[in-house]
Structures are given as C-alpha cells and as structure tokens.
Write a new protein. Structure first.
Length: 471
C-alpha cells in the first residue's frame, strides 16, 4: 500500500468508531423513556377526602363522584361548592401541584328512575408550567337493584381533559365507571375504575397517559363517627411505575346545641413514594359546610399539603333543630299531662278517704237507728240525715266517675299526640327519600303500637296498604 493510501485509510478508520459511538448514543437515548409529566392524577377531591387519607370509593360524600361515580346517587338535595388543593406530592410521587375547582350534584328522575346528575370542573397546575383542565358530567343511580341483602347502584363520569404548557396543548376524553353496594343504612362497599381508556397526552416533548385507577373501598357510618378504608391500584404515569395505595381514615362528629356540628378527621395514605399522615377539621351549620385538610409526607422532606372545601345544600333543613323543638314540645306536653294526672290521683285519694269515712258513718248511723227503735221522735231526723249522707255519697261517686272519665280522655289525647308525632316523623322519612322497607317498618310499628288504643290510625293503615300494593 502506498503511503498516501495508508494516510488516507488511517483517518477513515479513526472516524468509524466515532460515528458508531454517536449512533449507539442515539439508540440509547431513543430507548430511554421520554420526558414525562403527571397528567390527571387522582388527587384528593376535597378537604374531607384529604383529611381521611385520600380518595375513597365508598365515602358517602357529594365530592366522591371523582372517586366513584355511583356514590352521589344517594344525595337527595341539590349541593354545590368549591375546593382548593396545594401539595408537593401526587398519588405517584413528588410533584408540585395546585388544584382548584367547583362542582354540583343535582337529584333528578329519568325514565321513572331516581338518580343524581354530577357536574365538575377542575383546574390543575403542575410545577408552574403545565396546566390541566377537567370538565366532567356524570350520573349515579339510586335504588337501581334492590334485594333482601341490600341495594346496588351504578354510575359513570364522562370527562373532557385538556393539558397545556403555554406553547403546546393536547385534549382527550376519559370515562370513569363505578358501583356501590349498600347492605344497610350504615355500610357502603364501592368499586370503581377511573380513566378506563387511559388517554395519552403529548405536550411538546412530554408524553404520558392519564393513569388507569382501580379502587375497592368500604365505609361504615355510625351516629358519631365514620370509618373509611380504600385500596387503589394505579397504572404507570409521571415517569414512575404503577403503585398500590391503602388509605384508612376515621371521622368523629362533635355536636353542639346552637353552633352546628364540628368534625375531626385523621387518616393515613400508605403508598410507594407517596405515603403521608393526614388530618382535618370541618364545621357544618345549617345548609353550609366548611372543611380543611392537611397531609404530611412520611417518606420525603416535610412539606405539608393543604386543602379547603366549601359546600352548600339548597332546600336542606336542620333536622336536628326540628327534632329538638319536637322533643321539647313533647316534654312540655307530657309534663302537663303528668301534673294533671297527679292532681287527679290526689283528688281521687281524697274522695276515697271521704267515701270510707262516710261508709263508716253510715254503718254507725244504721246501728244507732237499730238501737233507737224505741225513740220514734228521733227516727225521722236520723233518716233525713242518712238520706243527706247518701246523696252526698252519690255526688262523690259521680265526681269520681267524672274524674275517671277525664283520665281516660287524657290518656286518649296522649296517645293521639304520640301518634301524630310518629306520623310526622314518618312523613319526614318519606320526604327525605327513605327506602320503602324503612317506610313499611315504620308504619307497621305505628299500627302495632296504636291498633287497640281506641284512636284513629286510618292514615297509617291506608299508607301501609299503598306501600304493600306497590303504589
């Protein structure tokens, strides 16, 4: 080989490894996952949810349609409100996010079936650069399938999603499906799948999918507390693999006589990269409710998440105040009845003592008359005295009978009043949308209690016949 050829070949061999290195680097970069962003994560919808650990597919709350679209079916009052959230974590891991929105639930009847229409608007801002908007329209049934073991309801949310980084934007649609089983008035078992179709979003160089989330949850409600347990499994998003979270939470209510009800909440979110301890408070007075929630991460530097929710219920009445007034009125009426009965009892005792004294006097006079048969002159006067005593005895007996009749009348009035209170409570249950089984049980209890009391209970009998006939 000529030196010139050798010199030409040498540089060519030196450039080939460099080109291969560039090609290999390009292939490696192509093989790496693209820059990703969090899109439409299942963030806690409200302050109550955040205070109880996170979303729950079985929490009976108006805002729960974000976690399970079947839950709002039980809401029978028009409700609306707004919420705000500020956090440095999503359900997948660290990510600065600010969210705010508004919502409304509207009870309706469609095709002869009760249900609830849900409307929601939510705007999220991630890292100060990415903005996301969600507009949702949903429907939840009420008493769709009812059996001896409980009732089963279904729901669906249709969501229009859009994301923008200021230069590029993308839009899509997603579907949420849910079911809720209520074996009784205190327990709810919920299951839902969010973002069933997991829409993809390409905003500039960022690529991601709205995570598909499957939830299974149960809740128990008692007079003074609520317990919620939620298990969620998410698909990969935000550059992370999918994760599983477990959210237990408990809520206690503190009732006051005039200042409404106060709520204290505590919860725990156990999840890879996103574990947190949460707490919250709430205040409900009349048709309005204000809640605040805070969450502190357990697996990252302390940076608390805050949430605030305000909700309003239209057409809602404070049933506790109504019942309090009814109870006070009933206590006053019963105190008056007891006082009247005590007076009647005392008067009856006095009359009985007087009758016993009169009887003893009559016996004495009769003996005296038998012993004074010889004294003809005094017989007439003694007979007149005896007749006067007998008349007085008859008048006392008549008064005793009148008092007994008055006592019976007072007892009937008391029974009629008790029946009217029970009937009023039944009408409140019926107006509040109580299930037919609860209405039947209430009517059967009323009929069995007052059936042989002598008062008119035809209203309850006719109402029960209507329920039994299915009208």
């Amino acid at each position: 080989m000529r030196p010139s050829e050798a010199g030409a070949a040498g540089p060519r061999r030196a450039r080939l490894p460099e080109g291969r290195a560039l090609l290999l680097g390009a292939l490696l970069l192509a093989a790496l996952p693209g820059v990703s962003l969090a899109v439409f994560e299942d963030l806690p919808a409200g302050a109550r949810q955040l205070g109880l650990g996170g979303q729950s597919a079985a929490l009976e709350d108006a805002l729960s349609f974000y976690a399970n679209p079947a839950l709002p079916g039980s809401r029978r009052k028009f409700e609306t409100g707004g919420q705000f959230l500020s956090s440095d974590r999503t359900t997948q891991g660290p990510e600065s996010v600010t969210a705010y929105g508004a919502w409304a639930v509207v009870p309706r009847m469609a095709y002869g079936r009760l249900g609830t229409l849900t409307l929601g608007w939510l705007e999220d801002e991630y890292g100060g650069s990415l903005k996301q908007k969600t507009l949702s329209l949903g429907w939840g049934t009420w008493n769709l399938i009812r059996g001896d073991s409980g009732m089963l309801d279904f729901g669906a949310n249709f969501k229009v999603l859009s994301a923008s980084d200021g230069q590029d934007s993308a839009s899509g649609a997603a579907l949420d499906l849910g079911a809720a089983f209520r074996p009784d008035g205190n327990h709810t078992l919920g299951f839902s799948i969010l973002n069933v179709n997991a829409p993809a979003f390409n905003v500039g160089s960022r690529k991601d999918h709205a995570p598909r989330v499957a939830r299974l949850a149960v809740s128990e409600r008692r007079e003074d507390y609520t317990i919620s347990l939620d298990l969620a499994a998410r698909s990969a998003s935000d550059g992370y693999g999918g994760n599983v979270s477990f959210d237990p939470g408990v809520e206690h209510v503190w009732r006051t006589e005039r200042s409404g009800a106060f709520y204290s909440r505590a919860g725990l979110n156990l999840a890879e990269r996103a574990s947190a301890l949460s707490a919250g408070i709430g205040w409900k007075h009349g048709p309005s409710e204000l809640s605040y929630g805070v969450a502190v991460p357990l697996t990252a530097p302390v940076s608390a998440a805050h949430s605030l929710t305000l909700s309003l219920r239209f057409g809602d009445r404070d049933l506790e105040d109504d019942y309090e007034r009814l109870i006070k009125r009933e206590i006053k009426y019963r105190e008056d009845l007891v006082e009247a009965l005590d007076e009647s009892t005392k008067r009856e005792g006095m009359l009985r003592d007087e009758l016993a004294s009169m009887k003893a006097e009559i016996d004495s006079l009769s003996a005296q008359l038998r012993g004074e048969q010889a004294q003809k002159a005094s017989v007439t006067s003694e007979k007149e005295r005896l007749a006067a005593i007998v008349r007085k005895q008859q008048a006392a007996e008549a008064e005793l009978q009148a008092l007994a009749a008055k006592r019976r009348a007072d007892k009937l009035n008391q029974l009629r009043y008790g029946f009217s209170l029970d009937w009023e409570a039944y009408l409140k249950l019926k107006g509040g949308g109580a299930p037919p089984d609860v209405l039947k049980a209430s009517l059967q209890r009323m009929i069995s209690q007052y059936q042989d009391s002598g008062i008119d209970i035809s209203r309850a009998t006719v109402e029960l016949q209507g329920l039994l006939s299915g009208k």
